[in-house]
Ligand binder design. Structure first.
Ligand code: FES
Ligand SMILES: [Fe+2]
Length: 467
């Protein structure tokens, strides 16, 4: 049986702006599967999203001392993030300027200089070329060291301990990029005024899925949790996750510039899945002080059932305290980097419990990570079928749920079982993909709170939400 809707419609490979427009109709909640499979679309993502957006590169706590470095990725570009003598942080492409060999192979450490394996060019921690093996040969040919420094990232800034970089000199400031979304970030990364730190190492794993399946899951997909994670949740806490749909009036999706956070206000729902009662006690004890400092709403999302993605590929879960980047490796593979974050001021035993809880839930052997990975892999792999690939997908949940009479910043939607955040994520994706420059990216979400961090803090402390 075939209906009008199911009839085979062959799409051309999307290479032009017009083709991109045909990939999704966010008003009706329809989306093409091509964006999860097509190599040409992927190459445009690498250029127009990953080489232009602000991307998370490190937490301040990972590189406290001069010479401390981290090797990571911005899209497919390998980068070195290095603490400088003056305390600032610089970032460089991790490639030698001689013949392009990969410069640094270690994940992290402390260095006085970076020396290339191939012909021995040596770079300082500030990226400048200091010297090399057989330097007299270069001197004789008039080569100038200062013309061969490492290629720096265009800009690097941090917000509440999270260091982001962009490869595009035209990108707006980080505060503009995050905009009013900083309001919600403070609930987790600055809940007691003392900030956070990463504990333990980085877990790296490979999932054979398109990066957007992971990012859109964390941006707003609590819907899957009560079904996909039902057995895992029952094993850890007796099924609290499955209760989410019962309290839509107390839960929201909020988004800004493609960043999205879905949450309810149960204070500890996510944290409860770690199976550590002392973590719940810690959060309940802290909550009144957070309410005093940041207001009632934010104090109730410090560990609640919730998830967040910062556009394009950084996500975290309050309460479970897992923080991750989904590095793209072609249209159907990601390299996942995962860390555990904790409040700096938390007692050591609470930090240890969080780290262990993170391993039990969101690591390659964690009860929830395995559930998700399988779904994302098969959501990607099914698109190998040519005819399958011609069929649209649906993301139309919660289209009439926008809340307008509220003081909550960002775009606010009632009910965390919703696809408002996914639609906002894909709208931003489309805007970035269609624009040739930052200037041409539509300004859909204008900040209402001050861009200056100090002013922002002054104005949002004890912010009263009309909810
Ligand atoms: S490629 Fe690095 S020194 Fe030649
Ligand atoms: Fe999940």
């Amino acid at each position: 049986m075939s209906s009008e809707n199911n009839r085979l419609k062959r799409r051309p490979i999307a290479q032009s702006m017009k083709d991109l427009d045909e990939l999704m109709n966010l008003e009706s909640g329809k989306m093409s599967r091509d964006i999860f499979w097509d190599e040409a679309i992927y190459q445009q993502e690498v250029e127009k999203i990953f080489s232009r957006c602000w991307l998370f590169v490190a937490h301040e706590s990972q590189i406290p001392k001069s010479g401390d470095y981290i090797t990571t990725y911005m899209g497919e570009d390998s980068v070195l993030i290095v603490r400088q003598k003056d305390g600032s942080v610089k970032g460089f492409l991790n490639t030698c300027t001689h013949r392009g060999n990969k410069l640094n192979f270690a994940d992290l450490g402390n260095a006085r200089q970076f020396i290339c394996n191939y012909h021995g060019w040596a770079f300082g921690i500030d990226g400048s070329l200091k010297g090399m093996h057989a330097s007299e040969a270069y001197e004789a040919s008039g080569m100038k060291l200062q013309e061969h420094s490492l290629h720096p990232v265009a800009n690097i800034e941090s917000y509440k301990g999270l260091i982001f970089a962009t490869l595009d000199p035209e990108a707006p400031s980080l505060n503009e990029y995050l905009g009013d979304f900083r309001y919600y970030l403070d609930a987790v990364f600055d809940m007691d005024g003392q900030g956070t730190e990463f504990v333990g190492g980085c877990i790296k794993s490979v999932i054979k899925c398109n990066w957007k399946f992971a990012a859109e899951n964390f941006v707003g997909d609590i819907l899957h949790a009560g079904w996909t994670h039902d057995s895992g949740a029952k094993a850890m806490v007796g099924g609290a996750v499955a209760e989410v749909h019962k309290f839509p009036e107390e839960s929201y999706q909020v988004n800004f510039n493609g960043h999205g956070w879905e949450f309810n206000q149960d204070i500890v729902g996510n944290a409860a899945t770690l199976g550590e009662k002392d973590i719940l006690k810690y959060l309940y004890t802290l909550q009144p002080a957070v309410a005093e400092r940041l207001g009632d709403l934010r104090s109730k999302i410090i560990g609640s059932i919730s998830s967040c993605t910062l556009f394009p590929n950084t996500s975290f879960l309050p309460g479970q305290n897992t923080f991750r980047t989904w590095h793209p490796r072609g249209p159907n593979e990601i390299e996942l980097h995962t860390w555990t974050f904790v409040n700096k001021s938390a007692p050591q035993e609470i930090k240890d419990m969080w780290q262990k809880g993170g391993m039990m839930t969101f690591s390659p052997s964690g009860v929830f990570e395995m559930d998700d990975g399988e779904n994302w892999e098969y959501s990607t792999k099914s698109n190998a079928g040519f005819v399958t690939r011609q069929q649209d997908l649906y993301l139309g949940l919660g289209q009439e749920t926008k809340v307008t009479d509220t003081d909550m910043p960002c775009n606010v939607y009632q009910g965390q079982i919703n696809e408002a955040n996914q639609r906002a994520f894909y709208l931003r994706w489309l805007d970035m993909m269609k624009a040739d420059s930052w200037e041409k990216v539509p300004q859909r979400d204008n900040p209402t709170l001050p861009l200056d961090t100090k002013e922002f803090e002054k104005q949002t402390k004890n912010h009263k939400e009309a909810v």
